[in-house]
Design a protein around this ligand. Structure first.
Ligand SMILES: Nc1ncnc2c1ncn2[C@@H]1O[C@H](COP(=O)(O)OP(=O)(O)OP(=O)(O)O)[C@@H](O)[C@H]1O
Ligand SMILES: [Mg+2]
Length: 237
C-alpha cells in the first residue's frame, strides 16, 4: 500500500502548552484512519500541523513521499490535502452553490469544478435541493455536508475531517459517516478526527488514540473496539 501521510516525532507548542509531544502516525492510500482522543488531546493540532496552519518545532510530515513539514498551507492544498475544520466554517451569507464554488479556488479548470459540484449534489441530494439557500440558514447536519462537499470540490487525495459528527443527532451522524465511506470508496483517503469513537470505529480501517499529544493505542478498528482501555475510556461499558 502506498503511503499518503507519514508523521514522525511531531512536536507543537503554543507558548508553554506542549500540545504534541512526539506524535507519529501514517495514512495509507485508500484508508480511513480514525484519530481518537479526549478534549485537549491534540487532535485538532495534529490536523492543523499537517495542513500547515500551525508550525511544528520538531518532527516531520511527509505526504506522498515529499517532506511538507514547513510547507505553506496553500501548497499543501495544492498537493491534494484538504482540511474540514472543527465547527464547519462555511460562508453563512453565501448560498450553498457559492460555497461549493469557493471549494474550487485552487482548481484552475472551471469545468472540473462544475463536474465535482455535480458529484457533491449526487452525494448529498439535500445540497442540490438547497443550492440557492444561504449557508448560515442550513441545519447543523446540512452545514456539515456543505463543509465536506466544499472540501471535495478541491479534488483531494486526502481529506482530513475534524469532528464531523459534533452536535449532530444520531441519524444525521450516520448519514455523514455513510458519505465519508462513499467518498473513500471513490478513491479519497480519509483522516477522521472524532470524539465519537463508536461512530468512527464503525467505518475506519485503523485508528490511533492520542492522549496529551502522544499516541497511546493503535491498531485495526476491530482491535481498538476490543481493547479494554479504549472500551472503558471511549466506548462506554
Ligand atoms: N491557539 C492555541 N493557543 C494555546 N493553546 C492552544 C491553542 N490551540 C490549542 N491549544 C491547546 O493545545 C492542546 C491541544 O488542543 P487541540 O485543540 O489540538 O485538542 P483536541 O484534541 O482537538 O481537543 P477537542 O476534542 O476539545 O477539540 C490543548 O491543551 C489546548 O488548550
Ligand atoms: Mg479539536
Amino acid at each position: 500500500m502506498n503511503t499518503v501521510l507519514d508523521i514522525h516525532g511531531l512536536e507543537v507548542a503554543y507558548g508553554k502548552v506542549e500540545a504534541l509531544r512526539g506524535l507519529g502516525l501514517t495514512v495509507g492510500e485508500g484508508e480511513i484512519v480514525a484519530l481518537l482522543g479526549n478534549n485537549g488531546a491534540g487532535k485538532s493540532t495534529t490536523v492543523s500541523a499537517i495542513s500547515g496552519v500551525v508550525r511544528s518545532r520538531a518532527g516531520s510530515v511527509t505526504a506522498f513521499g515529499e517532506n511538507i513539514t514547513a510547507a505553506p498551507p496553500w501548497s499543501i492544498v495544492e498537493r491534494g490535502i484538504v482540511h474540514v475544520p472543527e465547527g464547519r466554517r462555511i460562508f453563512s451569507r453565501l448560498t450553498v452553490h457559492e460555497n461549493l464554488q469557493l471549494g474550487g479556488y485552487t482548481v484552475p479548470d472551471t469545468r472540473s469544478i462544475d463536474r465535482r459540484i455535480e458529484q457533491v449534489y449526487d452525494l448529498f441530494p439535500r445540497m442540490a435541493e438547497r443550492r440557492a439557500q444561504q449557508g448560515g440558514t442550513l441545519s447543523g447536519g446540512e452545514q456539515q455536508m456543505l463543509a465536506i462537499g466544499r472540501a471535495m470540490v478541491a479534488g483531494p487525495r486526502l481529506i482530513m475531517l475534524d469532528e464531523p459528527s459534533m452536535g449532530l443527532a444520531p441519524l444525521v451522524v450516520a448519514q455523514v459517516m455513510d458519505a465519508i465511506v462513499a467518498i473513500n470508496r471513490a478513491g479519497t483517503s480519509v483522516l477522521l478526527i472524532e470524539q465519537n469513537a463508536r461512530a468512527a470505529l464503525k467505518i475506519a480501517h485503523r485508528g490511533y488514540v492520542i492522549d496529551s499529544g502522544r499516541v497511546t493505542v493503535t491498531g485495526s478498528a476491530a482491535e481498538l473496539r476490543a481493547d479494554p482501555h479504549v472500551v472503558e475510556a471511549y466506548l462506554g461499558a
